[in-house]
Write a protein that binds this ligand. Sequence first.
Ligand code: UT7
Length: 333
Amino acid sequence: MNSKIIKSCIKGIHGYVPEYILSNAELEKLVETSDEWITTRTGIKERRILKGEGRGTSVIGTKCVKGLLKKTNTNPKDIDLLICATVTPDMFFPSTANIISNNVGIKNAYSFDMSAACSGFLYSLVTGSQFIESGTHKKVVVVGADKMSSIVDFEDRNNCVLFGDGGGAVLLEPSSDENGIIDHILKSDGSGGSYLCIKGGGSKYPASLETINNKDHFIYQEGKRVFKFAVTNMANVSEEIMLKNNLKSNDISYLVPHQANKRIIDATAKKMGIGDKKVLMNIEKYGNTTAGTIPLCLWDFEKKLKKGDNLILSAFGGGFTWGSVYLKWSYNS
Ligand code: UT7
């Protein structure tokens, strides 16, 4: 019997954001808002938008995975599984994961999408890791990508200032040392589902003239209510994983938080007892890219990360879903 414990680790990361920059100044022309309101309430200055007809989330995911395979010198034929976290799939089916795999030449694998909104990347990272840890898979790609502009109503100032398009992908492999994914806590609470959702277009309310007229295909969010849940749960779950692993504030190298609102991130850091320097944040550049935020953040700050660094990844999102992952970074770039 093989009793060796296999740990999963991130071997490489690559991100992608579209070129088009939608600034707060430009949004001031679309809805009644101001750079001052957006900056002080959210921390966002600009976000990226994927332009062009017929271009969905797979465009973002494909760029991420292509870059990842090149960077890690990985043959696409060696990938066992690809998971894509997204709430903005190209279509209901086939899965965006299938489309990405086909685009990049991943032929000897199976692939599927995972829907856990802003916690989607963490859910997928943990799921992908289980396949590595079980010893059945050697190379798993996890993508977090969303084209939020496809579900944002650019006449709704409550939501259009918050979201952007982008994503990132990681390669998981068995770890050869003590580094890798150490622990996770994932949670969900379906009683919060109606506060952040898309009401129309699913099997409950299929697309009709009525759903279009009601704007039911756009994001519906009760911002204040979601904020209250997010700020408490993201902070608590980040502290919980520290306590569970006997980590003190000084042990933490970086918090890599979901980028929905700077105030939520600040509250999480405060609860963990860590200062600003240990918080990786790029919300000002990209806004909330849903499943894309955490891999985009790791990609942006990759050069800063050193082998053995203790990272806490944490997220909160629609569902409600939330969670945290404790990992020891696996390489120097
Ligand atoms: O990522 C998934 C999870 N989602 C989140 O974590 C988002 C959680 N929620 C939030 O981040 C915040 O609640 C928002 C950023 C969405 C809103 O911030 P807030 O401080 O909770 O503002 P509010 O919704 O209470 O609105 C305050 C005021 C309102 O006006 P009145 O009623 O006080 O006159 C809004 O109508 O600000 C108004 N407002 C705006 N004003 C200028 C709302 N949106 C805007 C805007 N520009 N874009």
